[in-house]
Design a protein around this ligand. Structure first.
Ligand SMILES: NC(=O)c1ccc[n+]([C@@H]2O[C@H](COP(=O)([O-])OP(=O)(O)OC[C@H]3O[C@@H](n4cnc5c(N)ncnc54)[C@H](OP(=O)(O)O)[C@@H]3O)[C@@H](O)[C@H]2O)c1
Length: 219
């Protein structure tokens, strides 16, 4: 598949390495511009560009930048991109450590709904609850005991199915975590966050989650 990755830090860099290894045609963008991506391009074969350039022709666009930087993406990023292009959001709201206060999220809007509103496109939420190093190293073949499961939340069943297939290809059990309104179940502070659970454990953790943000994850 043609996969565009906006953000090439811990998660974006990891996905660039894993997805190129799996044979996908990956293009990459960051905030500093294509010239700053030469090393990652040489290492992986991914093609650098600007965010506006790489979304064209992509089957999947992965947005993996700090939450506070989402409003800085070009306002018309998806203007000429077909609706069939799937958009993934890997983000988490870190008010204390990084993002400052985002009032709508503090008031209860799911983090990915806020991202979706800024992007003007529906998103699928995934890869937000696993550490980058584990995403890089802990994938296992389907059926392997202890295979880590990842929650996938989103409203479009076709888009979600595509993303669930990609999660499986990367070596993780995809678990349907419901629509985006349910995606608070996988946000920071919930039982599944950073827990590396198997599919059964993940389903239980999603059920046990509380919609009330814990103090640690409030501004
Ligand atoms: N770290 C983890 O283990 C982990 C796990 C799951 C989810 N997450 C979440 O995933 C997201 C990314 O996390 P990360 O740890 O990978 O971040 P990171 O290492 O800080 O990398 C951020 C990347 O975003 C790029 N960026 C920032 N603003 C941009 C803009 N306006 N346009 C294009 N690119 C921009 C940066 O480019 P420059 O370097 O050029 O500025 C950099 O490549 C966050 O929401 C985070 O909470 C992180």
């Amino acid at each position: 598949m043609n996969i565009a990755i906006i953000g090439t830090g811990n998660i974006g860099g990891t996905l660039t390495r894993r997805l190129t290894t799996l044979g996908h045609n990956v293009s990459i963008a960051n905030s500093r511009g294509p010239a700053s991506l030469q090393d990652l391009a040489a290492e992986t074969g991914a093609k650098p560009g600007t965010a506006k350039e790489i979304v064209h022709g992509a089957d999947i666009v992965i947005v993996t930048i700090p939450q506070k930087n989402i409003p800085h993406l070009p306002a018309d990023l998806f203007a000429d991109v077909p609706e069939t292009t799937v958009v993934i959001d890997t983000g988490n709201y870190y008010p204390k450590q990084r993002d400052g206060k985002i009032a709508e999220i503090e008031e209860g809007m799911p983090e990915s709904r806020w991202v979706e509103k800024h992007l003007g496109r529906p998103v699928i939420k995934v890869f937000n609850n696993i550490r980058a190093q584990h995403l890089l190293e802990k994938g296992l073949p389907a059926g392997a005991p202890g295979r880590i499961a990842l929650p996938v939340a989103g409203d479009d069943p076709v888009a979600k199915q595509k993303v669930m297939q990609l999660v499986d290809e990367l070596g993780f059990d995809p678990v349907d975590a419901g629509g985006l309104d349910e995606s608070w179940r996988q946000q920071p502070g919930t039982p599944c966050y950073g827990a590396d659970l198997d599919a059964e454990g993940l389903r239980k953790a999603l059920q046990a989650a509380s919609p009330v943000r814990t103090a640690e994850w409030r501004a």
